[in-house]
Design a protein around this ligand. Structure first.
Ligand SMILES: [Zn+2]
Length: 59
């Protein structure tokens, strides 16, 4: 079994509407708030830019 890094699931909180949502930090496409549509995650070639408050990292 390889143990390569595959990213983490993050519990984030929307900066605009306080909605809490689970996102993947290596998303292949934009992830948006399901309530207000604010972008949470932008893919940046392998890594992602998180534009929300990160509440916790799920393991
Ligand atoms: Zn929101």
């Amino acid at each position: 079994m390889s143990n390569e890094k595959r990213g983490n699931f993050l519990k984030v909180k929307c900066l605009d509407c306080d909605n809490e949502q689970i996102v993947f930090d290596r998303a292949a496409s934009n992830v948006q708030c399901i309530i207000c549509g604010k972008t949470f995650v932008k893919p940046l070639g392998g890594k992602s830019k998180i534009t929300a408050h990160i509440d916790s990292v799920l393991k």
